[in-house]
Design a protein around this ligand. Structure first.
Ligand SMILES: Nc1ncnc2c1ncn2[C@@H]1O[C@H](COP(=O)(O)OP(=O)(O)OP(=O)(O)O)[C@@H](O)[C@H]1O
Length: 258
């Protein structure tokens, strides 16, 4: 008998999720499970709904007044739209890193401490411990430990993006949503982010939108292919890239369109 590793727990799940902007359907009846402590890559041509889906996982779309949804999204089995669900707490548990790094015009320390201060942490020693831990987790500590009081805007693009990851990690999320986190970076900075993603998945559940097929293949355990608002297929990354079930997936991953 061959050894079957236990299936990972499902951390987040969408069931028949449809999201519209006004009357325009951006994602249509998407059902997908996101396993805990794995990296799930969302791929597909521009406008297919990847970012919309990602943003729906921590209700960032609520901020767009025209958006409305049907269907369910579960976090640890509980609906994120339930009236008992506190949106601020949801966004703490499900953090987000954007395509363009967006540090605040504050010191490196204050950027990472920001969410902690908003959450009410005041003690300097406690803040320092958490800032250091977050910067270490984001593989940035050694590069910035002697300049924590300097402006974050003086960091390179790659460092700024890792700072934004540290800022997201500081509030101890469970899930990390990344929307093309390396698309504005050079190959070396991109490699660092990819390495970091690999390390972070030991602790966090990660969903990442990427246009870069090689990146999806390198960093993810599972890949979901979206096309015109629909989830065409989702499966182990190796299978999606070498033996997809659907012709549209094959055409996309082999570069026939995109
Ligand atoms: N705020 C918005 N208001 C209205 N329509 C929107 C809004 N955001 C996205 N859309 C539309 O929803 C659809 C899906 O967009 P979305 O940004 O989710 O796709 P995407 O796959 O992430 O695209 P890209 O790869 O170009 O970022 C598109 O038709 C887009 O024009």
């Amino acid at each position: 008998m061959t050894f079957q590793p236990p299936s990972p727990r499902i951390k987040m799940e969408a069931r028949e999720l449809t999201l519209r902007y006004g009357t325009k359907v951006a994602i249509n009846k998407v059902s997908i499970a996101i396993p805990e402590r794995q990296v799930t890559a969302l791929i597909g041509p521009s406008g297919c709904g990847k970012s919309t889906f990602l943003r729906s996982l921590n209700r960032m779309n609520d901020l767009i007044t025209s958006s409305n949804h049907t269907g369910t999204i579960l976090l640890d089995g509980a609906s994120i739209h339930d009236s008992h669900m506190d949106v601020v707490d949801l966004r703490r548990r499900v953090g987000m890193v954007f395509q363009k790094s967006n540090p605040f015009p504050k010191s490196i320390f204050e950027n990472v401490a920001y969410g902690l201060r908003v959450g009410g942490m005041k003690d300097r020693a406690e803040l320092s411990t958490r800032v250091e831990k977050s910067l270490r987790s984001a593989a940035l500590w050694d590069e910035v430990k002697d300049r924590l009081d300097e402006s974050a805007l003086g960091l390179s693009g790659g460092q700024q993006q890792r700072l934004c990851i540290a800022r997201a990690l500081a509030v101890e999320p469970e899930v990390l949503l990344m929307d093309e986190p390396a698309s504005a970076l050079d190959p070396i900075a991109t490699a660092k982010i990819e390495e970091l993603i690999h390390e972070l998945k030991a602790t966090y559940t990660i969903a990442i939108v990427t246009h870069n097929m090689q990146q999806a293949a390198r960093v993810s355990d599972r890949t979901a292919f979206f096309y015109m608002g629909e989830l065409v297929e989702c499966g182990p990354t190796e299978q999606i890239f070498t033996n997809p079930r659907e012709k549209r997936t094959e055409d996309y991953v082999t570069g026939k369109f995109g």
